[in-house]
Design a protein. Sequence first.
Length: 676
Amino acid sequence: MTNQGVPVPVDTQITINVDGVATTVATGTTGAELFFERREVVVARVNGVLTDLDQPLAGGAVVEAVTIDSPDGLNVLRHSTAHVMAQAVQQLRPDAKLGIGPYITDGFYFDFDVAEPFTPEDLKTLEKMMLKIVNQNQKFARRVVSGDEAREAMANEPYKLELLGRASDADTAGEGVNVEVGAGDITIYDNVDRKSGESIWCDLCRGPHLQNTKLISNAFALTRTSAAYWLGNQNNQQLQRIYGTAWPTKDDLKAYQERIAEAERRDHRKLGVELDLFSFPDELGSGLPVFHPKGGIIRKEMEDYSRQRHVEAGYDFVYTPHITKANLYEVSGHLDWYKDGMFPPMHVDAELNEDGTVRKPGQDYYLKPMNCPMHNLIFRSRGRSYRELPLRLFEFGAVYRYEKSGVVHGLTRVRGMTQDDAHIYCTREQMKDELTNTLNFVLSLLKDYGLNDFYLELSTKDPEKFVGSDEAWEEATNTLAEVATASGLELVADPGGAAFYGPKISVQAKDALGRTWQMSTIQLDFNLPERFELEYQGADGTRQRPVMIHRALFGSVERFMGVLTEHYAGAFPAWLSPVQVVAIPVAEAFNDYMFDVVAKLKEQGIRAEVDTSSDRFPKKIRTASKEKVPFVLIAGGDDADANAVSFRFRDGSQDNGVAVETAVARIVTAVRNRTA
């Protein structure tokens, strides 16, 4: 092979593997030279590691091209754009001190210690300054430095010096260090002026980066600012964070901005107010929503259909209290492993003597964060036989979790929630079939609610946070992996993401905007049955431990409703809609006729009403559309004479002269079949 058309002398050749093909190149060849004809290649993956294109390749290296539109390429683009933003910030605010600036999903952020928060006007100014830097075609240049050299280069950056100190101490190296320094060499990236060759700006960073700023083009935007604690610790200094996004082309940026605008229109918090579904009163506190009558209808329909399906699948319904003595969570392990996620205890039943001495010490009660310990008590309440297994216990159980106020978000992250929680007790011989049936049941029910694009995530043991033996964890993890693989869905690893008592499969569902939400979870647990000493009598008369399967289908009713609200943009399918039909007479003279039509619908269990307001006819139509009512029936004189209605759909299309019986049958069929 030649390098840019120049013959390679044999004594200076090396052989590398390029995108699966053995290739001979000159010693010292870089990725930039290797892919010089492929402008879309921004970095190389060398022996599995993302590497700047200007780095020389070694003999025997396995090299893959990474294009700007690939996930890794986008991350490099965004990280490089973050550096340009930070350079612009320090031009605008010379006193700004640098925090960290990683890429994130669809964008990037950078933290700064500044005297005053950034304003929207600042963001506009910074975008213009960034474009100027981009057009200067500055080079991103990597240099490996010693600790002393790094400290000298970062002498005016206290947060970078802290990272360097942490990196030199294996015991204190933390997540923030990994973002900037990583393992191995300490590297600094300079933004180099093309004409003078001098460094204009630099940052401590592990890279890699684009070759130059020109590759960023003009497809970036700064989106918002917020406060952020240094390294995410609220005991640290509060910094100012700027978020941004970057894309390969302006068309990509525009498409992203349109998706974001649509997501804002679908925001369930906004729609909850507009459609009078739910609210978040300040008087109740953060993360504690209330459901209004219309929202209550949707929630009841969701829950009623779920109950029906659970009965058909052989589940038994149970109910458990909201609080319990502390000992229950000592046995389960929650007070050891989950206490930070629980509300503080209530100390009750203490009694004092007249002299103030303690006659009865009292005890701690906790709001329950999980239903599983109480379900274990139900299983243990009497002797069990193998003939009863699998035993499937189901509860819409209220649980309470102490989420920090900063992460509470509408219905999707709350402090008080209702879990559609099930716990299945079975034998080891039954567990694989039971897991398979449970996964199929979960996917089938989610599809009935309108979600049908899934992949699975397998969460495995956190080596620092688990109970039970390695052997039990391995068996549970392997069994879940087999069941997940057999489903035919894509399986993604989540190392260390399991709960302390067992591994889990998470069903990840995509909504109408292509966003991924974690829905149902299925956990296989050998440990809690051991901790609670659960037993059943086997066929041979011996006492044996059951296997426990934890399963939440919605996750929580609140969160699932928030997801569905955004998935449907508030235009729920007819079976879930609070008002399924609005009948609109074209004039007051036809009110009675429409009441007769609505009566026929109500006889079939349809939620229908007549709009007898004083609004003009066109406004009534607009109101029904704004409230996202699935079906509107319209009638005037000709319709009344023909015992018919005009049948108007939510998308604005309309069928005229539809017989009342036909209209009623259409609506009943749509609702009962759960179609649009």
